[in-house]
Every structure is written in structure tokens, then in C-alpha cells.
Design a binder for this molecule. Structure first.
Ligand SMILES: O=C(O)CCC(=O)c1ccccc1C(=O)O
Ligand SMILES: [Mg+2]
Length: 371
């Protein structure tokens, strides 16, 4: 297979509700959408999930745009592709920039699955017809959060995630747990604590949380291991796992009991699958993390979550939780706490290309030299 054309769209959409963490509030969500077309005219779609500023990880929309136009896109025209797993071997001749690499790599996976006339979930070895849905409830007063959680539980979501920080943890979580003793509650700290806060974190142990996500710094696998030894609540790593090697190290020293896998954060679908397999061999259950994504990335998350070791509900929610109008159709809907996996070829959703063009702030097309 040869790539003949790559189109890049820098788009932006307003979230239905602003997304608050202790690090950043996201109201307007930019993204890079990628369309790759082969010699037979079949196209695959990708999405780069970096934000406009480096609050979550170091990449931004602008750094990703730069890496894609100056390095990654020119490189993929130079090869004939027989397997989507080979794409990262080429892109990994440059360091890091996982979200930029992933955006391009996933578009090629979609293209391969479409050429094989198979749904992506089947193409990667998925085993589920439906995946479990979880949702994030934004920081607010405990009363309003309890009200929102009630609605989400009625909608069927199987797990509720709330953001915590030292100034807003035990009391808020206790109110929530008292109101919903049988609901799985996950607390995500986005690195708001240090090991000096160990007594504060240990205090959360009595709440029976499903897990605590990324309590400490992104680059601290060792301190997460020390913390996990002192806690009964499972530690889940998010920002700390940006490569297969990170996952291997975390497992080796016991930094966590579960992981959130995000295709963008780990540099592509091949790596996400490999980390899934590694965790499965080591009895570490995983779940699919979310990035406030648009419909293309959401479709990839659903396909990824059909792999056997995705036994925990992920940040996989209805399109309506994020967007008035998404760039893909049909919409993702949660029914009885589950999302149905598409049986259409590739990512299984159509991209509304006219709409993508309409909301684009900049676009660029690249062509193979041989056309
Ligand atoms: O619903 C979602 O898409 C995930 C929400 C979420 O927690 C998140 C969103 C953007 C960036 C980082 C994170 C995170 O998991 O820390
Ligand atoms: Mg997180």
C-alpha cells in the first residue's frame, strides 16, 4: 500500500461544558484531524489529541503540527506499507512526540482495516460486541456533583470519575461515597500530590475507591511504587505511562495495580495494544482513558477497548457529553452502561468532511512525489 495524499485540518470546537482540573480549564477544544488516502482512493482518518497548551503532557497542537508537516508526513510517503505495525518503526527514528505520531499512525490503521473490509475492533483482535462506559463528573460543589452523579448513574454509567486535589479530596469523596455506597468511584489527581502527602492519601483508603489515578508526578514511577506499597486502594497510572518501556518498568517495580491506556499518550495503536498484552500477561487489568476527544479518536478508543484485558469501564461516554455536534456520525450513545461496537469497516463511523472543513482554522495537503 502506498500513501498518495495526506490532509491535515486544525479544527476547534467548544465543549458542551467546560472541563476543570486543578491544572487547567478546557472550554474550547482544538485538535488536528488527519486524512490519509492510498493509491486505490481509500481514506483513513486520524486525530491528534494534544491540547492547545502543554498542561497534560508536553505536546501541543502547534508542536504536533510542526512534527507532522516537517518530519512524519514526508517520511510516510517514502515507503510501501504492508502492515500498520511498521509505521511506528519509521516514526520512531525521531524522539517522543507520541500524540503527533499516534494521530498519523491511527489513520493508517483505519485505512488498513478498510482495505481488509473489517471493523477495526476485529482487525486488532477485539473480542467484545459492546464496551463498558464510564464518565467524568466535573469539579463543583458536592451537592451539585451528587446531583450530576445521580443523573449519570440513571443513564447507566458503570463507573464515575471525579478529579481530586489536596484541597478537595476526603470530605468531598466521603459525601459522594455516602450518597452512592454501591457506585464505583475513581479519583483522578492528575499529579496533585507528592510523597510528602502520603498520610493524606492513605486517609482516602477507608473510602473504598475503585482506584486512585496518577496521584504523584508523571516522571515518578519509583515513588508511585513506594505509595502503592502503603495503600490498599489500587494506584492507576495515566501520565506516567508514555511508552511500552514505562509500562514494563511500572510493572517490574510495582508502581500500580492498573493502567489507563490512551492511544495518543503512548504514541500509537501498536503501542497501546502491546501495553495491553503486557498488562494481561502480568494480571494487570486496564481501561481506556479519554482525552475529551472528537469522534475519530472516540471510535479508536471503542475498538481498543474490545481487547480482552480491558475489563474495567473506561472514559468512554456519549458524544453528547462533549459536543453539540461531533465531526462523525452516527453518534456514540451509552445504553445500559455500554457502547455498541460498530460492525462497519475501519473505525466504523463516517466523518462529516464538510463540517471538518467548516470548523478548520488551517489546513494543509501533502502529495506523494510519484502522483
Ligand atoms: O472523558 C474524558 O475524555 C476524559 C477526562 C479526563 O479525565 C482527562 C481529559 C483530558 C486530559 C486528561 C484527562 C485525564 O484522564 O487525566
Ligand atoms: Mg487522568
Amino acid at each position: 500500500m502506498n500513501i498518495q495524499k495526506v490532509e491535515m485540518f486544525h479544527v476547534s470546537m467548544e465543549l458542551v461544558q467546560p472541563f476543570h482540573t486543578h491544572l487547567e480549564t478546557v472550554k474550547e477544544r482544538p485538535c488536528i484531524i488527519l486524512k490519509v488516502t492510498d493509491e486505490t482512493g481509500i481514506s483513513g482518518w486520524g486525530e491528534v489529541v494534544a491540547f492547545s497548551s502543554p498542561w497534560y503532557t508536553e505536546e501541543t497542537v502547534d508542536t504536533a503540527w510542526h512534527m507532522l508537516e516537517d518530519y512524519f508526513i514526508p517520511a510516510i510517503f517514502k515507503k510501501e506499507w504492508l502492515d500498520p505495525r511498521a509505521v511506528l518503526d519509521t516514526l520512531d527514528s525521531w524522539k517522543r512526540n507520541p500524540m503527533a505520531k499516534a494521530g498519523l499512525e491511527i489513520a493508517i490503521w483505519d485505512l488498513f482495516a478498510k482495505r481488509a473490509k473489517q471493523p477495526l475492533a476485529k482487525y486488532i483482535g477485539g473480542v467484545r460486541e459492546v464496551v463498558k462506559a464510564g464518565v467524568v463528573v466535573g469539579v463543583d460543589t458536592p451537592e451539585r456533583m451528587i446531583h450530576t452523579i445521580q443523573t449519570r448513574v440513571e443513564e447507566g454509567y458503570q463507573r464515575i470519575k471525579v478529579k481530586i486535589e489536596p484541597a478537595k479530596d476526603y470530605k468531598m469523596l466521603m459525601k459522594i461515597k455516602n450518597a452512592f455506597p454501591n457506585v464505583d468511584i475513581l479519583a483522578d489527581a492528575n499529579s496533585a500530590y507528592t510523597l510528602e502527602d502520603i498520610e493524606r492519601i492513605k486517609n482516602l483508603d477507608s473510602l473504598g475507591l475503585l482506584m486512585i489515578e496518577q496521584p504523584l508526578a508523571a516522571d515518578d514511577l519509583v515513588e508511585h511504587a513506594l505509595l502503592q506499597k502503603e495503600l490498599t486502594t489500587p494506584v492507576c497510572l495515566d501520565e506516567s505511562i508514555v511508552s511500552y518501556q514505562d509500562a514494563k518498568n511500572a510493572i517490574r517495580i510495582g508502581s500500580c495495580k492498573t493502567m489507563s491506556i490512551k492511544i495518543g499518550r503512548v504514541g500509537g495503536l501498536r503501542n497501546a495494544i502491546a501495553i495491553h498484552d503486557l498488562c494481561m500477561e502480568n494480571d494487570i487489568p486496564v481501561w481506556c482513558g479519554g482525552m475529551l476527544e472528537m469522534g475519530i479518536s472516540r471510535a479508536f478508543n471503542i475498538a481498543l477497548a474490545t481487547l480482552p484485558n480491558f475489563t474495567l469501564p473506561g472514559d468512554i461516554s456519549s458524544s453528547d457529553r462533549y459536543w453539540k455536534k461531533d465531526i462523525t456520525f452516527p453518534k456514540v450513545v451509552v445504553k445500559n452502561g455500554e457502547v455498541k461496537v460498530s460492525s462497519n469497516p475501519g473505525i466504523g463511523v463516517e466523518v462529516d468532511e464538510e463540517y471538518v472543513k467548516k470548523i478548520s482554522l488551517r489546513t494543509r495537503s501533502f502529495f506523494s512525489k510519484t502522483t
